[in-house]
Design a protein around this ligand. Sequence first.
Ligand SMILES: Cc1cc2nc3c(=O)[nH]c(=O)nc-3n(C[C@H](O)[C@H](O)[C@H](O)COP(=O)(O)OP(=O)(O)OC[C@H]3O[C@@H](n4cnc5c(N)ncnc54)[C@H](O)[C@@H]3O)c2cc1C
Length: 482
Amino acid sequence: MTRSGKEYLESLRDGRVIWLDGERVDDVTTHPAFRRSVQSISELYDMTHEPEFADALTVDHDGTKILRAHQIPRTKDELKAKGRAFKVWSEATFGFFGRSPDYMASAVAGFAAVPSVFQSDFDGSANILAHWERMATQDLYQAHTLVNPQIDRTKAPSQQEEDDLCLRVVQERGDGMVVRGAKMIGTAAAFADEMLVGVTQRMAPSEADYAVSFSVPVATPGIQFVSRTSYEGRATSVFDYPLSSRFDENDALVVFDDVFVPWERVFAYRDPVVCQEQFWKTPAFLSFVHHGAIRLWTKLEFMVGVAILVARANNTYDLPPVRMQIGKLMAWVNTAKAVAIAIEDGAEPMGAAMAPNREMSCAQLAIGPDLYPKVLAEIKLLAGGGLIQLPASYRDLQHPEVSKLLNKYVRSPGHDAESRIKLLKLAWDALGSEFAGRHDQYERFYHGSPHVYLPALVREGDPESYAALARRCLDGYGLEEL
Ligand SMILES: Cc1cc2nc3c(=O)[nH]c(=O)nc-3n(C[C@H](O)[C@H](O)[C@H](O)COP(=O)(O)OP(=O)(O)OC[C@H]3O[C@@H](n4cnc5c(N)ncnc54)[C@H](O)[C@@H]3O)c2cc1C
């Protein structure tokens, strides 16, 4: 049985240690920097019980309903059904929750599809299967943190200025291991039940202390989160910042200060190879990309929808150059959609699962970071200075004298001041606010850096077939054809 929103909210009051603006956050469900965004997540859980969405979002598992994202898809149809479930939650959050509970749920199902990958000197295969079963049947929300702090990217973890800047094993005990150090970012970790900690960086065998993979509850003693600025906390109202105030999924530095991890929670132990293969030789990373592709497609639909409303409000929609801009934007939405469809259509068997297509997933890694900044730039061009000519807050609309000025000068055909300001504030929050800047950076980096994902296209694709085609053309003529 999936959880209700209320049950989810109650689970967050567990003493987790979150620092924000030099203060400890007592309760994310009531704190002004987090409460509305957490509420938005709780509404996702409630949707799993609503007749309109329940069939799309849940599936039978041993006589109970689990979130469909937890399912190991055995057929292409089951993979596509997962995609439809991702779409439902993406639409509910307009694509702004990259790390909604379904993101990591799907990746854990990916691990469980090929448990043999976890069989090494340390055998984590039974642990990963038990973990998947627990996450699915208890409907737990898992975040993940994989990337070591940037500090010095030219040096391996053990060569940094101190031994435990990057998370590493500091003690092996009969009942588990103790880890110390940090991971760069855990998105939504402050709002999750558990956190998968791992590493995707390629490492030499000598870096084994840094090569662990495990999952722990976020309230485990010794774990602390140092949150970035809360855009929700800075949002003066929902009217002024409709996205920042409700869909700020949070990012935080994650610090582990001698955290004990029992063996049954460990999936890879002092093993750089398994740490890599858990993502690449299972459908886990491909499942990340599948979710990301559906979410990006939805987010672009939303952004282009905003662009259309802004152009109509400015009465420019029917001008031929603006039609061209909208047409270009719609073509980009359809590019994102086409990649999402191709990822599913080209599904390939992998272990017990039907996995998202690998080559198209690699293409998505490159296309997403390319498309999103282009969409932002095009809509800004289309919107003009109206995005800036906005009163500081809704209070101006409530003030008798200021509202007279706004009603006279901030309007357009078919739009009074309130509806025009409301629309343009939504557009600014999506395009230009600090929240919008974070999303620009998120779309560029959340699946890695270009120097990592672009070569992956060459590795996973078929460059020889392109070269062969060009070669056939070259071979078709010569000096004798002059
Ligand atoms: C908003 C946001 C949310 C995130 N959430 C999560 C999360 O929830 N969990 C998680 O694990 N991670 C998360 N990340 C981290 C993300 O996975 C990393 O940002 C990503 O892997 C890139 O690594 P990096 O930021 O360390 O960049 P780097 O690897 O330091 O690269 C930055 C730039 O430095 C240059 N560079 C660095 N190294 C090289 C090299 N070897 N060769 C050539 N050029 C190089 C390139 O110009 C590159 O673009 C998040 C990131 C962002 C921005």
